[in-house]
Design a protein around this ligand. Structure first.
Ligand SMILES: Cc1cc2nc3c(=O)[nH]c(=O)nc-3n(C[C@H](O)[C@H](O)[C@H](O)COP(=O)(O)OP(=O)(O)OC[C@H]3O[C@@H](n4cnc5c(N)ncnc54)[C@H](O)[C@@H]3O)c2cc1C
Length: 420
């Protein structure tokens, strides 16, 4: 059996591990367009800050690929997919054939429609190569404008601040991190960010940009204000990378569509990770859940199925856990609270600590915890298992939640497999 894997990050690596676990002799080839050996993408901001060395970012070393008998081709971009002939063409004209194909092409930064953007130099914050470029070109006291106040934009702001750049963040939304939390929690994060000298401009965006000198850009904001900056970082979000899929018979909407076995509509072609949309288990809606754990689980399920061992993926749940400007942030489930029939309860148990719980039909469906991660595991489990918590809502909010607070009658739910 010939397996071909496109993409060597969380999804691709787990797919290959699962294949090799079940098929000791099949031929596995992996193509990745990045030059680097696979690394933890969430670590790129720490590399830029000098907190971690490149060797420590490795997801799997070369020795791993040698041991598993995987032919890894770095710096090789797949540019055309020929589904009829089961082959993939690369940018350098090489052709790779397969019996089973796994697509783990991830996401790619969204480029907003800003007048003049294409004509001026700008950075993304998505790959190790991106942050290496930033390290080379940004010097202390440089003025940097970051477009986008989401998770990636703020990770960029944090690392650029540590390089002594003067950072401004602009975001269209009325508050920061609007895709993962509500305004109350975001305000606390904003306070922490501004205390480190970052300027935040909300309800605003960049209308136009032009070059006015070497290393000097004139930026016009939507509200008419003009800014002079040395660098622009574009971080308005990540979209599924469907470049290879366009023009083929593979079905897609926002992301590539797959069944429970992570197989696409074409037999023998599987996919997982940030390029795929799947049923989000709480809302029941098709979503792209762009987190490492989701990519790894989907890759693993795909790998087993590719090797002939049927396994079903039962859905994703969004969880984020990160530190930003010395503030610990955990968000889980439907933490933005948008939507009907939801009850939102908030507590501030201590200075600098914030807990927001979102309930629907007597069950916890989302949580945002700022500097309050101690009992995150229990809350996550209550969300994941959809345990009825109507009787203990206040208890979950008012003090450190204890497992024993859950009424005995609900323990079956707590330990039940959600898909059973
Ligand atoms: C700055 C930053 C911080 C993050 N922080 C977190 C975090 O704290 N927690 C968390 O869970 N998630 C975080 N994420 C998201 C997380 O990194 C992704 O969800 C995860 O990496 C997705 O894995 P993937 O395998 O689907 O794709 P990716 O990691 O995007 O990898 C895609 C792979 O496909 C390859 N590829 C793409 N197209 C081609 C082609 N045509 N030919 C050959 N190869 C190709 C690429 O080279 C790469 O190897 C963060 C992301 C960023 C950018």
């Amino acid at each position: 059996m010939k397996y071909l894997v496109i993409g060597c990050s969380s999804a691709g690596i787990h797919a290959m591990e699962a294949i090799r676990q079940k098929d000791a002799t099949g031929e596995i080839t992996c193509l990745t367009k990045e030059q680097d050996l696979p690394y933890g993408r969430p670590l790129i901001s720490y590399w830029l800050e000098g907190k971690i060395r490149e060797e420590k970012m490795s997801l799997r070393p070369q020795e791993f690929f040698d041991r598993l008998g995987i032919r890894l081709c770095t710096g090789v971009e797949a540019v055309r997919l020929d589904l009829a002939n089961r082959s993939v063409l690369t940018a350098t004209g090489q052709s790779f054939t397969y019996d089973r194909l796994f697509l783990g092409c991830g996401g790619k930064p969204i480029v907003p429609p800003i007048e003049g953007l294409k004509a001026v130099p700008h950075f993304f914050f998505h790959t190790l190569a991106d942050v290496k470029k930033i390290k080379l070109l940004v010097t202390p006291e440089d003025k940097v404008l970051i477009i986008g106040g989401g998770l990636i934009g703020l990770k960029a702001a944090e690392s650029l601040t540590s390089l002594n750049a003067r950072v401004t963040v602009v975001d269209l939304a009325p508050h920061l991190l609007s895709s993962i939390m509500g305004a109350g929690a975001a305000y606390m994060v904003q306070e922490a960010i501004c205390a480190q000298g970052v300027e935040v401009k909300l309800n605003n965006s960049v209308a136009a940009v032009r070059m006015i000198g070497p290393r000097e850009l004139a930026v016009t904001l939507k509200d008419g204000v003009q800014l002079m900056v040395n660098h622009l970082v574009v971080a308005v979000g990540v979209a599924p990378n469907l470049d290879l899929v366009q023009g083929t018979a593979l079905s897609h909407r926002r992301g590539l569509l797959v069944d429970q076995h992570m197989q696409t509509n074409i037999s023998g072609v599987y996919a997982g990770g940030d390029m795929v949309e799947f049923r989000e288990m709480l809302s029941g809606q098709q979503k792209v859940v762009g987190i490492v754990l989701n990519a790894a689980m989907q890759g693993r399920v795909a790998g087993y199925n590719m090797a002939g061992f049927p396994l079903a993926f039962d859905g994703s749940m969004v969880c984020n856990s990160l530190n930003l400007f010395a503030t610990n942030i955990v968000t889980m489930g439907e933490s933005t609270a948008a939507g009907e029939n939801k009850e939102i309860l908030v507590s501030r148990p201590a200075p600098g600590v914030y807990r927001e719980l979102v309930f629907r039909d007597g069950r916890l469906c989302g949580a945002t915890l700022i500097n309050d991660a101690e009992r995150a595991g229990i809350l996550r489990h209550l969300i994941y298992k959809q345990v009825e918590v109507d009787e203990v809502k206040e208890g979950l909010l008012a003090k450190t939640p204890q497992l024993l607070e859950i009424p005995f009658a609900r323990w079956d739910e707590y330990y039940r497999d959600l898909t059973a």
